[in-house]
Design a protein around this ligand. Structure first.
Ligand code: SAM
Length: 264
């Protein structure tokens, strides 16, 4: 997978390429990554990349010519790459879009600044992607978010062979609760089953933990993919246990059950 970021601030990416999963994926040759300065494609002595908006108003708009030249040069390097425009007006990025992008050969990520880019660049863009309903100063952080999420899905990029399979949002479920040493932290013990060495029981506990957390934190995901019969049995059993825990008088002041993890 070849990532080419088109940006006015390529230096922001140096530490990003050097560390953690991205750094290791580059080292292993699983991805290649470059941040290209859009200014290199701007004409004239001053290499101007922005101009005032037609119709007036505040702020500046990124000019189309340098952007178009930069996108076309990146396309020549990797003709199969998809061109992604980072924009608060795009499709909201999620795990399924990350999965779809990870199946491609390359991504050209176009980072806007100022008031955004000239609308006519749209004809060179395959997909417009937003990382959420808020406005950032530039597309660079959004590009890093996309690159990180996509790289995690490239086979071999994570340490464990199946580490990404259990991640949250895969199959519309959150990941199970995680614990590490010490076995007791501020009076909170690790669920006993995780110390048991019984891998079947641990797997069951994790599946149940993932399901119950999804119900408590993101019930919308359960609507996107309704529970399978086995999952429904788990949820019904858990709901019955919760009901048994509280009398009706307890409920108003009781708050949610603690974490909702099985076996706690
Ligand atoms: N005036 C634009 C608007 O209201 O739609 C916002 C421009 S923003 C200040 C500058 C650039 O930051 C955008 O062109 C885009 O590349 C990037 N950006 C801002 N918010 C973003 C988001 N939520 N997701 C992806 N990119 C974003």
């Amino acid at each position: 997978m070849q990532f080419t970021v088109l940006t006015l601030f390529p230096e922001l990416f140096a530490p990003f390429w050097d560390h953690s999963i991205i750094g290791r994926a580059i080292e292993k040759g699983l991805i290649s990554a470059a941040a290209v300065n859009i200014r290199n494609y701007a004409a004239g002595r001053h290499q101007v990349t922005d101009d005032r908006p037609y119709g007036g108003g505040c702020g500046m708009v990124m000019k189309p010519e340098p952007l178009a030249a930069a996108i076309r040069a990146a396309k020549r390097q990797c003709p199969a790459a998809e061109t992604v425009l980072l924009s608060p007006q795009g499709r909201v990025f999620d795990q399924s879009l990350a999965g779809a992008l990870a199946r491609g050969e390359g991504l050209i990520l176009v980072c806007g600044r100022y008031e955004g880019i000239d609308e006519r660049i749209g004809s060179l863009v395959d997909v417009e992607v937003s990382i959420g309903d808020y406005v950032l100063t530039g597309g660079e952080l959004a590009a890093m978010v996309v690159i990180d999420a996509v790289t995690r899905l490239i086979p071999g990029a994570l340490g464990g062979a199946d580490s990404a399979e259990n991640d949250s949002f895969v199959a519309h479920r959150l990941e199970h609760a995680q614990y590490t040493r010490p076995p007791v932290f501020e009076d909170q013990p690790v669920p006993e089953v995780l110390l048991s060495g019984d891998h079947g029981a641990i797997d069951r506990w994790r599946r149940e933990s993932a399901l119950i957390r999804t119900l408590l934190k993101r019930p919308d995901l359960l609507r996107q993919q309704p529970p399978a019969p086995e999952e429904l049995r788990v949820l019904k059993r858990w709901c019955a246990e919760v009901q048994d825990l509280f009398t009706t008088e307890d409920l108003p002041g009781a708050g949610p059950p603690s974490g909702g993890e099985p076996g706690r």
